[in-house]
Every structure is written in C-alpha cells, then in structure tokens.
Design a binder for this molecule. Structure first.
Ligand code: GLC
Length: 560
C-alpha cells in the first residue's frame, strides 16, 4: 500500500520531490514498446513541439516534472500559460474556449467561486443549469490549475466544505452529515445588498437524486490542487481533514454488505436520471476507489485520521480485488460466462453471482474484440450489466484501479471499436443504447433518454479530458489527438453543446444546452494535457504493487 509519510502526500522541503516519489512510475512506462523514451533531457530542456508532434509521450522528463509552480509565468491570466510559454501554435478555438470559460465564472462576495453549468442565453428553460455543479466544476478547476490560477479552486473547496456542514433534509428525512451538494447557487438580495449561497443536495433535483459522486470529486480535486500548487496547508487544515473524514464515514461504515463495492440508488452520478445505473455502478466504484487513494495520501495519521487510514487500506485491498476480478470482461472471460453452470452453491462456485448465460445480450458477442476488454457497468446477484460506461473505465485507468494490463486492454478496445465508442464526436457516455421495451422498463419511458440520446448512448465532449488523461497514462497520446481533432471540427461551430445524439454522435443533442461549461473546460484540459503531459500528475495515481492482482486468466482457476 502506498504509505503516506508523516500524514498525507509525501512532503519535503523541496516541492519538486513530490514528483519523484509519487504516482507516475516511470520504469513501467519506459518498458512499454509503444513509447519513445528519452530520459536524459528534463522537461524544460526540450521544446514542447518536440513532445506534441513526436507521438512519444512516454518521455521521462515530462513526467519527472509533475509539480509546476504557481508563480511567474502564471501571471499571464487569460492566456493559456503553456501555449504562451512554449510558443505552441494554439488551435484557433482555444482562445474562444478560454473566453467562454471565463464567462461562466460565478463570483461570491467579490471572489471567483466556480463556474455555472451552462451559459445558454438562447435556452428558454434554465432549470438548474445556472448553478455551479460540483462534478461539472472539476474540468473547469483543472483548467484553472493547469493555467496557474489555483485561487478559484481553493475558494471552491473551502466554500463547498461550508455547505457540507449544513443540515440537509428531503421532506422529513435527514441526509448523512458528510453529503456534499450536487450544485449550488449564489443568491443576490438586492435590497439588503447581501449575497448568500443556496445548495442542492438532491432535495430539489429532478427525481430527488443524491449525488454520491460529489464527495469523491471533492477529495480528488483537493489532491489535484495540492499536487498542482505544492500547497499542503489547505489539505492539512482541520476543516479539510474533517470534511474528508465525513465523506469517508458515509461510505466506509459497516452494514449488511457482502461486497466491498458501494451500493447506490439510481441517478447518483453523472447519469442523474433513471438509466438502470443503480446497485454497484462502475462510475461510482471507480470514483470511490480513486477518492480512497487520494484521501490516503492526504489524511493525517493523528488520533482522528488513523482509524480512517486503516479502514481505507483494508477496503482498497478488497475493492481492487473485487473490481479487477468480477467487473472485468474480455474475450476469455465472456467465453467463460457463456459456458457458466448455474445454481452452484458453496464457496467452490465458479459462477459466484449466479449469472444466467442467457442474460448475455446479443450485441456483446460481436462487440468484444479478441484483444481488449473493459470494466462492465454493474455486477450484483444474477445481474451483469454488460454496457460500456466511459467515465468509469477512464477513471479506472487514471486511478490505477485497472492493472497496467487492463488499462492497455481498455485502450485496445477503444481503438478496435472506434466507430461505436468515438464515432464522429467523442465520446459515448455508454454503449449501446437501450431501446423499445427495455427502454420503457429501465428508464420509465424517459423521453429525454431515448435511444442514442443524452445519457442513453449520447456522446459527451466533456469526457474528452478523461480520455486524454487515460491516453497519456497508457502512453498512447495519438488516440487522444485523433479524438480531439474530431471535436475541434465541430465544438465551436456548434456552440459547445452539452451532448450529441445518434449512433455516431453526429447530431447536436435534442435538448443539449449550448455553451455547456464542462464541454468547454473538458476540451481545454485535454489540449493542455496533450501539450504538457506533466499535468497528468494532478489526477493520476500510480499502480500500487501491493494491491492484489487478479488472475487474468480466470475460468475455473479463480482464486479467493
Ligand atoms: C445533467 C447531467 C449531469 C450534470 C448536469 C449539469 O443533469 O446529467 O451530469 O452535472 O446536467 O450539467
């Protein structure tokens, strides 16, 4: 297990040592055949165009310099700092994207606090798109961090922490203390001349869904802030330590669970409507895993923190085993499930969850390439949701929930199934769409989630930043470049839509907002990471050798 020194991320007098000790294990990258290695030169020595056009991202120097100080060059506010510094020829739409991102800024008592979900003046129905969503703010935050503007992120982290302290109620029922809001809004009282915050923890949200992902994103962002700025003091404050502990208490409590995965209700994450994403959805499991690992780096080993550190270590051990073994699907595993016997009792059962082979959907047999694999959507008794979900799989790569072999397999799958998963606009939120009777039953006849639209097989540009991070982590930036090229052909012209519809993602989504902030920020983050791969250190976690590796050749040889 990655043991934090002192209490938190490895700290030393020189911040640059962060990069040596943490997360990006160079040797592994160096041994990959796809990667063009050149360790001798430091990142600063070589020209950036060198990196971006060579296709060789595994160059050691880039990853050596994960800590980028927030001083000097970062005063170039308004200009993407990396482009300015390295005389990169930015794509013409980068400037527009930055302007649009800044237009989405929300101020609270004079300080920037977040970004609204969408600045769509043409849209008649604002709903809650004028709010700051915690999950939507993540790509914005990363863009600002990468551009050397950490203050807004710090402000966001602190203010959301205050919101966490509120008493949260839906009707007469009180939510857990650690719950973080899905979104919040700045209210202006013109008469009194005061500004106040109003948060939504699910009590106003459509369908009254609680955002299980918000707390995880908060922890992940706190680490990103710390890694990016080298400012440990924020994470070390009693407030942040308590905030983390409260979030963790919600998901580490003991109960009736037989699995280490986290049991959730429908609509608890990015897919916040009924879409059959309940039980143990991959998105939440991957974020849970990542947040646990981030917290492990930041929690102090003091009286209050110690208990959590131990619990996290135990849970991570079990969670990684469970996910890597039972959620993982490749050609071999599919063939094994296809031949499963059912009704097996006792601990010798091979088909532990009693999955009936007839429940394997037809599309999957053709979809599964010989080389490649992915984490399926959900696993619970007699149920495997075989759909592909992009966010969970990308987070699995960046957090190293996926083993190095599994990460490579996921990227292989994306390349092999490019048309299905990327099509004309990156990237499908899930695949395939559900239709007809199944759509009626699973979505409750949701007219917004008709086949190949919105959450039901729609294409979401925001996911581009996660794809790019996964590409860089696995040493395959050319995949990201291809996807970004596609996005650049349409995004500005189409007014930065929230999502696209159709099997290939060719049409601007039926009810898609324009100037959707995370589409804009997601694009910028993808661009900045590709220009300067060292940025990945903010969000990437290195493979942890001590965690239990699954037996990749499963069938009857599965072991406990
Ligand atoms: C939609 C999305 C959700 C997002 C929100 C604001 O509800 O499903 O993931 O956070 O819009 O953009």
């Amino acid at each position: 297990m990655e043991l934090p020194v002192g209490g938190g991320m490895r700290r030393s007098a020189s911040h640059t040592s962060l990069s040596e000790s943490d997360d990006f294990e160079l040797t592994r990258l160096l041994s990959k055949p796809r990667i063009n290695v050149e360790r001798q030169r430091s990142f600063d020595d070589r020209s950036l165009s060198d990196v971006s056009h060579s296709g060789g991202y595994g160059r050691g120097g880039a990853f050596d310099g994960m800590y980028s100080p927030g001083g000097g060059l970062r005063s170039l506010v308004g200009t993407p700092a990396s482009s300015a510094l390295h005389s990169f020829e930015p794509h013409p739409i980068v400037g527009d994207a930055w302007e649009a991102l800044r237009r989405s800024l929300v101020f609270f008592r004079g300080q920037p606090l977040g970004t609204v979900a969408a600045v769509d003046h043409a849209s008649e129905e604002v709903l809650n798109y004028d709010q700051v969503f915690v999950r939507d703010f993540v790509p914005s935050a990363l863009a600002f961090l990468m551009n050397g503007e950490p203050d807004i992120v710090k402000n966001f982290l602190l203010k959301t922490l205050l919101l966490q302290g509120w008493e949260k109620k839906v009707d007469r029922f009180k939510l857990g203390e650690g719950a973080m809001p899905a979104s919040f809004k700045v209210m202006h009282d013109a008469k009194k001349g005061v500004e106040t915050l109003h948060a939504d923890f699910g009590e106003s949200a459509i369908g009254r869904v609680a955002p299980v992902d918000s707390g995880f994103w908060w922890i992940i962002l706190l680490r990103a802030y710390t890694k990016s700025t080298g400012d440990f003091t924020l994470a070390e404050t009693p407030e942040c330590q308590k905030g983390m502990r409260l979030i963790l208490s919600l998901c580490l409590s003991e109960g009736f669970d037989t699995f280490p995965t986290l049991l959730c209700a429908d609509g608890c994450c990015m897919i916040d409507r009924r879409m059959g994403v309940y039980g143990y959805p991959i998105e939440i499991q991957a974020l849970f895993f990542m947040a646990l690992r981030c917290a492990l780096q930041m929690l102090k080993h003091d009286n209050e923190g110690k208990e959590f550190v131990e619990k996290i270590a135990t849970r991570l051990h079990a969670l990684s085993y469970h996910m890597r073994s039972y959620f993982w699907l490749d050609f071999q595993q599919l063939n094994d499930i296809y031949r499963y016997k059912t009704e097996e009792y006792s601990h010798t059962a091979v088909n532990k969850f009693n999955v009936i082979p007839d429940s394997i959907p037809d599309w999957l047999f053709d979809f599964m390439p010989c080389q490649g694999g992915f984490f399926i959507g959900n696993v619970s008794p007699a149920r495997m949701d075989f759909r592909w979900f992009a966010l969970g799989n990308m987070i699995a790569i960046v957090s190293s929930l996926a083993t190095p072999e599994q990460s490579v397999a996921i990227m292989d799958l994306i390349e092999e199934r490019w048309e299905e998963l990327i099509g004309e606009m990156p990237l499908k939120i899930c695949y395939p769409a559900i239709e007809n009777h199944e759509w009626r039953i699973v979505t409750g006849c949701d007219p917004k989630n008709t086949r190949w639209s919105y959450h039901n097989g729609g294409s979401w540009p925001v996911l581009l930043w996660l794809l790019t991070a996964a590409c860089i982590k696995t040493g395959r930036p050319q995949i990201a470049r291809r996807a970004i090229d596609l996005a650049e052909r349409r995004l500005l012209k189409d007014g930065w839509p929230e999502y696209y519809d159709g099997k290939l993602g060719r049409y601007v989504g039926k009810q898609a907002r324009k100037f959707q902030t995370w589409s804009i920020a997601g694009y910028l983050v993808a661009k900045m990471m590709l220009e300067d791969p060292s940025h990945i250190g903010m969000i990437s976690l290195e493979d942890d050798k001590a965690m239990l590796k699954p037996v990749l050749k499963r069938s009857a040889s599965w072991t406990n």
